[in-house]
Ligand binder design. Structure first.
Ligand SMILES: [Zn+2]
Length: 246
C-alpha cells in the first residue's frame, strides 16, 4: 500500500460515522480525490485546523488499489484561508470556487496550472478583499484550461466576426451567437472589452494591485458562469447565493 505525499487544497469535508471525515481534495501531485480522515471529528484530532475548507495543506495519502476512497494518514497546514469566513462575500466566493472545482475538475487528473490558479485566486481574495476580479479571473482560466473557452470574437454557430457589438448568449450556451444565429435564444448581448480581456491575461496579483477594475467585469463573469453551468450540466448552488448576497 504505497504512501504518497502531496500538497492539496481542501475543497470541503463531510461527516463520516461518529469520529471521521471524508475530505474532498484537489491535490497537486494526484489530482482531485476523496480521502477518509480517521478520527478527524474528535476534539483532539491530529489534523487540527488543517481540514478547514480551502486550507492549503500537505497530506500523506495511502493509495489503495481498486478503491475509490483513499485514506489520509496526516495533514499539515501550509496556509489557512479560514479568516475569509468572517466576510460573507469572501466566504461565498471561496465556496463558489470549491463547488466549481468539485464539479469541473476530473478525478485523479494532475493539473499543475489549475492547482496554481486555485491558490492564486484564493490568495487574491484573502489579500485584496475584492470578489469580482478574482472570480472573473478564476472563471476565465478554468474555462480556458478545461478547453471550454469559446472564441470570443466570432459567432459560435456560423463563425462570422462579431465586431464591437459583441454577441448573444443565454442559459445552455457554449459560446456567443451573432444577430442572425441567435433565433430562439432569449439571452443577452455581451461585448467583452479589450480592458477586461487584457486583465485576464495578466498575473492576477498585479492586475489587482496596479489597476482599478475596468467596466464590464461583472457582465463578463455572468457570461463565463453561464458557460461553466452549461459544461457542469447543472446550476451552481453558490452562484445563486452570491447573486442574492452581493
Ligand atoms: Zn452566426
Amino acid at each position: 500500500m504505497p504512501l504518497r505525499e502531496t500538497e492539496a487544497i481542501v475543497l470541503r469535508t463531510y461527516r463520516l460515522a461518529e469520529a471521521d471525515k471524508i475530505a474532498s481534495l484537489f491535490t497537486r501531485q494526484l489530482g482531485r480525490l476523496r480521502a477518509v480522515a480517521t478520527g478527524a471529528r474528535r476534539t483532539k484530532s491530529r489534523y487540527g485546523a488543517a481540514l478547514e475548507p480551502l486550507s492549503y495543506v500537505r497530506v500523506l495519502i495511502f493509495e489503495r488499489e481498486h478503491r475509490e476512497l483513499l485514506r489520509m494518514n496526516s495533514a499539515e497546514l501550509i496556509e489557512s484561508f479560514f479568516d475569509m469566513q468572517k466576510d460573507y462575500r469572501l466566504q461565498l466566493a471561496a465556496q463558489f470556487i470549491a463547488e466549481v472545482a468539485e464539479r469541473m475538475i476530473p478525478e485523479r487528473e494532475v493539473n499543475e496550472r489549475l492547482f496554481r490558479l486555485l491558490l492564486a485566486v484564493l490568495r487574491s481574495l484573502k489579500l485584496s478583499g475584492e470578489v469580482t476580479r478574482p472570480l472573473l479571473y478564476f472563471d476565465y482560466w478554468l474555462l480556458r484550461l478545461a478547453g471550454f473557452l469559446p472564441d470570443l470574437e466570432h459567432c459560435h454557430n456560423c463563425a462570422r466576426a462579431l465586431g464591437e457589438r459583441g454577441g448573444f448568449y443565454g442559459p445552455g450556451s457554449e459560446g456567443l451567437l451573432c444577430e442572425s444565429c441567435r433565433t430562439g435564444i432569449t439571452g443577452q448581448r455581451i461585448s467583452l472589452s479589450p480592458a477586461v480581456r487584457a486583465g485576464c491575461q495578466r498575473p492576477l496579483e498585479r492586475w489587482i494591485s496596479e489597476e482599478t477594475a475596468p467596466v464590464g467585469c461583472r457582465e463578463a463573469r455572468r457570461f463565463f458562469e453561464d458557460l461553466i453551468e452549461t459544461h457542469a450540466e447543472r446550476k451552481l448552488v453558490t452562484r445563486a447565493m452570491m447573486e442574492e448576497a452581493v
